[in-house]
Design a protein around this ligand. Sequence first.
Ligand SMILES: Nc1nc2c(ncn2[C@@H]2O[C@H](COP(=O)(O)OP(=O)(O)OP(=O)(O)O)[C@@H](O)[C@H]2O)c(=O)[nH]1
Ligand SMILES: [Mg+2]
Length: 278
Amino acid sequence: MKLSVVIPAHNEVQSIGATVEGVLEELEREQISHEVLVIDDASGDGTVEVVNRIAERKPAVRCVRSHLPPGFGHAVRAGLDHFSGDAVAIMMADLSDSPTDLVRYYRALEQGYDCAFGTRFAQGGSTHGYPRFKLLLNRVVNTGIRFLFRHGYDDTTNAFKAYRRYVIDQLQPLLSNHFNLTVELPLKAVTRGFSYAIVPVTWANRHHGQSKLRLQEMGGRYLFIVLYVWLEHHLSRGDYRRRDLPSGSSTRSRPAMRAHVPGEGNGAQDAPRDLLQT
Ligand SMILES: Nc1nc2c(ncn2[C@@H]2O[C@H](COP(=O)(O)OP(=O)(O)OP(=O)(O)O)[C@@H](O)[C@H]2O)c(=O)[nH]1
Ligand SMILES: [Mg+2]
């Protein structure tokens, strides 16, 4: 199974080199077939040059100029249009996400889960340097989403996740142009009936560069996409369910499932048998 790693990057010259090198090192060590796609939006600080220098040594790395308008959601969607792997992971360029966790996601997908979702807040997960107000907002929003969708998962808003290719195909068309894509992807995957492993991950606040998330501009957009998926789930009578499930079957979210992660005690036996077959 080839893994594509899509990394949206805008003016991340101080972090992008270490991000890409860290991913390569881990995937090469684990002998995981891979490609790394950095999706740039006209960065003016040398981000592209750093990636292109790595690409000269490592053919698995490509820097792609987004063909869509600027913005986080468009950049990720550009990556999802371009990737060639059997699965794709979306990862940030600011060294917040850990390449070791990327390997854990891959192992969960290998076990037969359709998606791998990280949690920074359940046992085994952690955050370092999360600004207090952002953390508070995060917990309120994720609790609200969990209440609405009852999917047993407490970190829906974290963008760092992995999906099998057929999941991405069946989530189209994607509507979010901005950071709200980070909730559209997992919520559609859950409500459309794909299985998901919940994997504890670590997250660290950026040390370099600037945050591009503008909270004031995103509130309405997050609410729009959350309500959109909720309405689809409750009113569409299963029209958008994954295609290999009968459309009239239950439209309730699947319960959370934990992946067996090497070195941890939680086992794949938690997952219903049919979910381990893909
Ligand atoms: N190509 C592209 N990438 C973007 C854009 N906006 C953000 N990104 C990238 O998306 C990732 C997440 O953006 P961040 O600014 O770190 O957002 P955040 O993680 O919510 O904010 P922090 O907590 O401050 O890190 C980073 O890798 C950014 O470089 C954009 O408009 N275009
Ligand atoms: Mg960030």
